[in-house]
Design a protein around this ligand. Sequence first.
Ligand SMILES: *Cc1c(COP(=O)(O)O)cnc(C)c1O
Length: 228
Amino acid sequence: MSTIAENISTLAERIRSAAQAVQRDPASVGLLAVSKTKPASDLREAYDAGLRDFGENYLQEALGKQAELSDLPLIWHFIGPIQSNKTRAIAEHFAWVHSVDRLKIAQRLSEQRPPELPPLNICIQVNVSGEASKSGCSPEDLPALAQAISALPNLKLRGLMAIPEPTDDRDEQNASFAAVSTLQAQLGLPLDTLSMGMSHDLEAAIAQGATWVRIGTALFGARNYGQP
Ligand SMILES: *Cc1c(COP(=O)(O)O)cnc(C)c1O
């Protein structure tokens, strides 16, 4: 087995045991492979080991890999910060966007989604770490943003995404993820997705209801930003 295939089986076991610890079906937790800075050959290996969903943060890098891997039926998720001038390409080349945190971006994605494609799946990124984080909608602004996005024609609002301030304290991890889950429930909308949990905190995220865990390091190894 390749290292990537081994990492995937280790992750599948972590997901299984975290789900079973809280009586959840492990199949209700998706593994999103976060492939930023990694070459297309690594994604191909992950595909060969059974993964289909890939998350990318940087548009140009993602478009390059999509072209190299166009022979594979991959499902692409955009998970990075979004500038207005990138929305058209994102609307054209992705199935999911996890990092929507303002209405202007959502409106542009809806307007620019090609009519022949299904609605773009959207998660609103919410900031549950206060001052410590600059991205994400505030909990106060979330209800109005969620209502407005729900009304846009070419988007399908699926749920919330969060990147809490990293900590090794399991209680703090639980508290942050529980806050995301509570915010989602309070919206009273028919949402089915919680995108939360990364390599170091996926167990706490699954305990609090994650349906996508976004995993980079534990799958592909450490990132080297000097040599993408
Ligand atoms: C890089 C990244 C991840 C993956 O983080 P790891 O700690 O490497 O698992 C998950 N989500 C987002 C939004 C990221 O940018």
